[in-house]
Ligand binder design. Structure first.
Ligand code: HEM
Length: 444
């Protein structure tokens, strides 16, 4: 009798397990019966396949791609999602904002950036705010204002490094944070402030993809507190700048934003808008650039040939010039191998697995329907490892860039694409290039 009970219990357990593991599948088949959804499995109720993704990381996507093809549905972090690893589809999605495919980042992510940040605006408002942001770092701004500041900073920062053993992970974060402070508010090498800001920013980054549950102790709650701290800090810089007598002589991002706000035709009018733009600048530009910079050092360390070629190119620029010669725009434009090292590092790092979008109506792509409100994961990680475009994709090979003109390749997506193409692309590349320039020409 007891044995029968055990057998019955095990059988029931197996049935419940099967039912739960198919629950989402059945639910979406019933509710979206008439729609030709992409293939794929939806996993468990609520959690879907999140645990598989967390356990296997990028391998989860590779395995699902192998099983279901370049477009598959799944259920991750509380909602249905379609993953695309197809370069054409990815390009179409990134350029279809006007067709209602909008950024699909979680609420916590949006809140950290703030209401007026480019990534939270759509349509004409996005266009206007984005062009104001771009004017802060377009080619003339880079050439005339930002490059001289970056050069001055790098020369001084790296000047006493020779013959020292350094922790490059720490240095990568420090150098980018110090530079951000200089470009944004002309704050000169202030290590204490840098440390404070790094801690605040780490907390904000941690809460980007956590559930937006605002209860004491949750990561989201800590993130909101950290953001408030960031707002206070930037508010203080603004107050000091407005109170200072020579308040328009700094030629930095804060000066430009204050000037915009005084022009009644400008899209930037309020302090809240200025602060959100500054937060957008700091949050978007800090972690991305410092990660590329740190990985570039690692790849160059592991590939002495590339290091030699990089040094050769950069020493050539300084040949016959005084020790304190400052790099100009033409010099920077001639640094083609240095640029290739930055882009190859970015490709290898697959910084972020991809980008998130959401549908605002049932959307047909490649014969499948992606229902209204679903998230789309534009998986760029798989496309930047495509062996047809990047032969031997797992090899660090900077030479491939200038040779094949890959930057103008139709599937170049390292900085996103379409209406949301990264406005800080050239600034990010410039910062890392200038760091590498002084590293290989000054550091032994
Ligand atoms: C190597 C460094 C960088 C990488 C790899 C990078 C990558 C990206 C990518 C992939 C996007 C598109 C996001 C999407 O479509 O959802 C993006 C957007 C953006 N990036 Fe960057 N970025 C870098 C540096 C910077 C810097 C230095 C800044 C500014 C100082 C910046 C500011 C922005 C902003 C404001 C957006 C949002 C644009 C919009 O929504 O219109 N980025 N970035």
């Amino acid at each position: 009798m007891e044995l029968l009970q055990v057998v019955f219990g095990v059988a029931m357990g197996a049935v419940v397990y099967q039912m739960l593991s198919k629950w989402n599948e059945i639910w979406y088949r019933i509710t979206k019966r008439s729609l030709p959804l992409p293939p794929g499995t939806m996993g468990w109720p609520l959690i879907g396949e999140s645990l598989y993704l967390l356990k296997r990381g990028p391998d989860y996507i590779t395995a699902r791609r192998r099983r279901f093809g370049d477009m598959f549905k799944t259920h991750l972090f509380g909602g249905p999602i379609v993953v695309s690893t197809d370069s054409d589809v990815n390009k179409y999605i990134l350029t279809s904002e006007s067709k209602g495919i909008l950024p699909g980042y979680p609420r916590s992510f949006s809140e950290m950036f703030g209401k007026w940040s480019s990534s939270n605006l759509y349509g004409s408002e996005h266009k206007a705010m984005r062009s104001a942001f771009i004017s802060l770092m377009n080619a003339p701004a880079l050439k005339e204002r930002l490059l001289p500041k970056i050069d001055e900073f790098m020369q001084s920062y790296i000047s006493n490094w020779s013959d020292k053993t350094l922790d490059f992970q720490k240095k990568s974060n420090e150098v980018v944070m110090l530079l951000v402070l200089k470009l944004v508010a002309s704050i000169e090498e202030n290590i204490a402030l840098t440390k404070e800001l790094e801690e605040v920013m780490d907390q904000v980054y941690l809460s980007f993809f956590t559930p937006a549950i605002n209860l004491p102790g949750t990561t989201y709650n800590k993130g909101l507190k950290a953001r408030r701290k960031l707002v206070q800090m930037i508010g203080k810089f603004m107050k000091e700048r407005r109170a200072s007598k020579c308040n328009r002589d700094h030629n930095d991002i804060l000066d430009s934003l204050l000037k915009y706000s005084e022009d009644s035709n400008s899209v930037i009018q309020t302090d809240e808008q200025i602060i959100d733009q500054m937060i957008g600048f700091v949050l978007s530009g800090y972690e991305t650039t410092s990660t590329v910079l740190m990985l570039a050092i690692k790849y160059l360390h592991d590939h002495p040939h590339a290091q030699d070629e990089l040094r050769k190119e950069n020493l050539e620029i300084r040949k016959g010039k005084p020790e304190d010669y400052t790099i100009n725009w033409d010099d920077y434009k001639s640094m083609s191998f240095t640029r290739a090292v930055v882009l190859e590092t970015l490709r290898m790092s697959a910084l972020g697995l991809g980008l998130l979008r959401r549908t605002t109506a049932d959307t047909e792509i490649k014969g499948y329907i992606i229902p209204k409100g679903w998230t789309i994961f534009v998986c760029t990680m798989e496309t930047i490892k495509d062996p047809d475009t990047y032969p031997e994709p797992l090899m660090f090979n900077p030479w491939r860039w200038p040779k094949s003109n890959l930057e103008s390749h139709q599937y170049f997506m390292l900085f996103g694409g379409g209406a949301r193409l990264c406005p800080g692309k050239e600034l990010g590349i410039l910062e890392v290039s200038m760091f590498l320039h002084y590293l290989v020409t000054r550091y032994r």
